[in-house]
Design a protein around this ligand. Sequence first.
Ligand SMILES: *[C@@H]1O[C@H](CO)[C@@H](O)[C@H](O)[C@H]1NC(C)=O
Ligand SMILES: *[C@@H]1O[C@H](CO)[C@@H](O)[C@H](O)[C@H]1NC(C)=O
Ligand SMILES: *[C@@H]1O[C@H](CO)[C@@H](O)[C@H](O)[C@H]1NC(C)=O
Ligand SMILES: *[C@@H]1O[C@H](CO)[C@@H](O)[C@H](O)[C@H]1NC(C)=O
Ligand SMILES: *[C@@H]1O[C@H](CO)[C@@H](O)[C@H](O)[C@H]1NC(C)=O
Ligand SMILES: *[C@@H]1O[C@H](CO)[C@@H](O)[C@H](O)[C@H]1NC(C)=O
Ligand SMILES: *[C@@H]1O[C@H](CO)[C@@H](O)[C@H](O)[C@H]1NC(C)=O
Ligand SMILES: *[C@@H]1O[C@H](CO)[C@@H](O)[C@H](O)[C@H]1NC(C)=O
Length: 364
Amino acid sequence: MVRAQGGILLLLLRILLCSVFPETNIASGIGSLVYGNKPDAAASALFSCYHAQHIPDPITMGAYLRGIPSRSLRMHRIWWSKHRHRLALSIFTHSDLDRLKSLERQCRGYPGGLITVAVWVPIIAEATTPPAPGQKPQSGYNLTAAQSAMLANATNTVDRFYTTFESPAINSSANGSSYPHTCILRIVLVYELVANDIMAALMPLNILRNTAMLMATTPLVAMVDADMLFNWGLAAKVLMNTSRVVMMEHKAMRELTVWVIPIFDTNTTRSIPERVSLAEEAVADGRNPKAKLLDMWHKRGDVYPYGMYGYTLGHGPTNYEIWSNTSSDYNVTYQTGYEPFFIVARKALIPYDSRFRYVQQIAH
Ligand SMILES: *[C@@H]1O[C@H](CO)[C@@H](O)[C@H](O)[C@H]1NC(C)=O
Ligand SMILES: *[C@@H]1O[C@H](CO)[C@@H](O)[C@H](O)[C@H]1NC(C)=O
Ligand SMILES: *[C@@H]1O[C@H](CO)[C@@H](O)[C@H](O)[C@H]1NC(C)=O
Ligand SMILES: *[C@@H]1O[C@H](CO)[C@@H](O)[C@H](O)[C@H]1NC(C)=O
Ligand SMILES: *[C@@H]1O[C@H](CO)[C@@H](O)[C@H](O)[C@H]1NC(C)=O
Ligand SMILES: *[C@@H]1O[C@H](CO)[C@@H](O)[C@H](O)[C@H]1NC(C)=O
Ligand SMILES: *[C@@H]1O[C@H](CO)[C@@H](O)[C@H](O)[C@H]1NC(C)=O
Ligand SMILES: *[C@@H]1O[C@H](CO)[C@@H](O)[C@H](O)[C@H]1NC(C)=O
């Protein structure tokens, strides 16, 4: 167990160390609506800091089961938008190449806000030839030609995704306003050396969340999954309200308050395309986004609180009945099993437990 704990400490240290670097390059003012930055300096500081902690030994099943977090992740490329984000809250999330499609919808629903993403590509290490007698074993791992081609391919995929959001944001002033139509993206493509195909199927989601968090530079952050869409009201009613944001930043820092994000699911009896369009309807632009959502829940049965008919402990304490008929803050009491998504002060967020992979859910 001592070794496992050593591993965790190192990883925590890695997160803490890396958190220091980007910040020195990034100006951010409490209460200000514009968070400027110097993209190239911040991205390269993050890059070198992350790599200083890298160990090129593929993560094995045995190490995973003993609770030793992987250290064979490596940043391959960072895409750091040149555009300014306008909201005090960054969203951070993990993804693989398949989830980029979901992320696209998410990005369109968070105009002007920063979304940071760690995209994961596992690479199964080929067995190395054992050293000849009397020779020292080779250290490090060189990608094979096929692995490099696969990584180049993944890079192209992410690059295409990023470019579709990066370019239109430039001419968003066509409307006479310069407010962006989509989110502002910072993406890192990381690859991980893994020992076999089982490990390649177990996404190190907490390490990826921590990695994505390192690119967030706003006072407030929230981790969400890539397949969640944001209600228009989050940006329009909450984050564009300066006095409210100032209050949230203050409470988040001084009182360690977190704000639970209510989440909804679409009615599972409907077809997939129907569910997608219901989700889009539920979050769309509108005069009173919350009233529309409540209507879809109470009157039409199109959506309902996530987990309401499944693992009720997970989101039950959020108390959607109270939420339905108040527009003020209210207190939620923690209960064992509660796993809400929430908004928190970036500097108060404890890194996610890096030993967990795949579906072992959210654990700090
Ligand atoms: C990786 O490639 C470099 C340069 O081609 C070589 O010097 C090094 O020994 C290789 N390392 C391994 C582990 O094969
Ligand atoms: C690259 O991506 C394309 C399309 O996604 C796929 O057809 C092709 O097999 C990939 N090549 C490699 C080397 O992974
Ligand atoms: C942005 O400019 C490009 C090229 O000039 C154009 O094709 C595209 O339609 C424009 N997008 C918007 C949202 O105006
Ligand atoms: C133009 O700007 C207004 C006000 O900012 C906004 O409500 C509207 O959706 C924008 N129109 C387009 C086509 O983006
Ligand atoms: C902004 O937030 C404050 C504090 O929560 C609230 O009293 C006020 O009504 C909000 N303003 C608007 C325009 O929603
Ligand atoms: C889901 O939709 C079906 C069919 O429209 C409806 O009968 C059911 O009550 C809905 N479920 C919920 C929980 O609202
Ligand atoms: C809150 O909702 C409940 C039903 O969910 C309703 O009976 C009650 O009247 C509502 N309270 C207010 C103040 O609207
Ligand atoms: C929530 O609880 C805190 C601490 O007990 C208390 O100070 C605060 O007034 C409560 N807020 C509400 C809205 O009840």
